[in-house]
Design a protein around this ligand. Structure first.
Ligand SMILES: [Zn+2]
Length: 317
C-alpha cells in the first residue's frame, strides 16, 4: 500500500509539472519517505562494486508495480531515478547507499541489471560516421561493452600534492551526479532554445554564450566534487569543506589551476574502474572503442559514446 501511494504521487507529479526542477526534488523527497524496499525477491543479480570489489550487491528483479512507477521517469532526472531504483531493488542484507557509489559503480549496476533481465545480446546504435560522413546503425554486442570491465586498482581515492598541500581526488559519486544533473536542466533549456527557428544573430550569439557559461559551470562543479582539501578544516567533512574548496580554487591563478586539473585528471585515469565510460557535459556515457566504418572497413575504428540511459534499462510491461 505504501508503495502504491508513493507511486501515485510520483506519476502525478511527472505529468502535472513536467519541466520544473523543484518537481524532481519533491519526488525524490516523497519517494524516500514513502518507498520501502520490497520483501519478495523474484530473482537476485549479484555483483561486486567496481570501486570496492569487497562489497557485494544483490538486486532483485523489478515487479509490475516497479515498472509502473519507473516508466514515468523524466530522462532529465536519471541520476535521481538511478538512486531510487538501486535503493529499491537492493537486497536488504547487502544494502549500501547508491548515492555513495561512484558513477561507474551505478552504471555498472544498471548494466548488470539490464544484462540479466533482457534476452537481447546486442543493441543497435545509430550515429554519424566521422570517417565517411554518412549515418550508420551498428549492432553493439553487450559482450564488447562487458569485456572492457576492470575493477579499481587500490582505493577509490588518491592524494596529490599541490602547492605544498595534500589534496584528495576521488571519482564522482551518486550524490555529486545528482547535483550536476540539476545544473544540466538549465543547459538543456538553452540547447532547446537554440533549436528554435528565426533567432536573430544577436539572440544566437547570446544563447551560444549562455551555453558556454553553463558548460563551464558544470565543468567547475564536477572539478570541485572530485577534490577535497582536508587541510582547510581537518575536523570537518568533505561536504562541510566544499565551499572553502570552491573559494580556494576560484582564487587560483590560471596556471596553477591548470596544473591542478592535470593532477586531478591523472588521478582519475589511474582510478579507472567499471565499464569504459566518460562524461559529456556532466552526463555519463559508455565508450565503445574501435567501431569500423561500414563503407570503409579497412579504416581505423572510431570511439563511439553510447548514452546508456536509465530509461534504456527500465523493463516495459
Ligand atoms: Zn562510415
Amino acid at each position: 500500500m505504501e508503495n502504491e501511494v508513493a507511486g501515485a504521487f510520483f506519476i502525478d507529479m511527472v505529468y502535472l509539472d513536467k519541466n520544473s526542477l523543484p518537481r524532481c526534488l519533491k519526488y525524490a523527497i516523497l519517494a524516500s519517505v514513502f518507498w520501502t524496499p520490497h520483501k519478495e525477491n523474484t530473482m537476485l543479480i549479484e555483483f561486486t562494486l567496481p570501486s570496492n570489489p569487497s562489497q557485494t550487491i544483490r538486486l532483485r528483479e523489478a515487479t509490475v508495480a516497479d515498472v509502473l512507477d519507473f516508466t514515468a521517469v523524466d530522462p532529465r532526472c536519471e541520476e535521481q531515478a538511478t538512486s531510487l531504483f538501486l535503493e529499491r531493488m537492493q537486497e536488504k542484507e547487502t544494502y549500501s547507499d547508491p548515492r555513495k557509489w561512484t558513477g561507474e559503480d551505478r552504471r555498472f549496476a544498471l548494466f548488470q541489471y539490464f544484462l540479466n533481465t533482457t534476452n537481447e545480446k546486442s543493441v543497435p546504435l545509430s550515429y554519424s560516421c566521422s570517417i565517411c560522413g554518412g549515418k550508420h546503425t551498428q549492432e553493439i554486442a553487450f559482450k564488447k561493452i562487458a569485456d572492457a570491465y576492470t575493477p579499481i586498482s587500490g582505493d577509490a581515492f588518491r592524494e596529490v600534492v599541490h602547492e605544498g598541500h595534500n589534496i584528495v581526488v576521488k571519482p564522482l559519486n551518486g550524490a555529486d551526479l545528482e547535483t550536476v544533473e540539476r545544473l544540466r536542466f538549465d543547459l538543456e533549456l538553452t540547447e532547446d532554445r537554440l533549436e528554435e527557428q528565426n533567432l536573430s544573430p544577436t539572440q544566437l550569439r547570446a544563447l551560444t554564450e549562455e551555453l558556454r557559461q553553463q558548460r563551464t559551470r558544470i565543468y567547475m562543479l564536477m572539478m570541485i566534487c572530485r577534490i577535497d582539501m582536508p587541510y582547510l578544516d581537518p575536523a570537518g567533512t568533505p561536504a562541510s569543506r566544499r565551499d572553502a574548496v570552491m573559494d580556494v580554487v576560484q582564487k587560483m591563478p590560471l596556471r596553477e589551476f591548470h596544473e591542478l586539473e592535470e593532477k586531478v585528471s591523472a588521478a582519475i585515469i589511474e582510478m579507472r574502474h567499471g565499464l569504459r565510460t566518460s562524461y559529456v557535459d556532466g552526463q555519463i556515457a559508455l565508450e565503445i572503442p574501435d567501431v569500423k566504418c561500414l563503407k570503409n572497413p579497412e579504416a581505423p575504428g572510431i570511439l563511439l559514446r553510447y548514452p546508456f540511459r536509465f530509461s534504456s534499462i527500465i523493463p516495459r510491461l
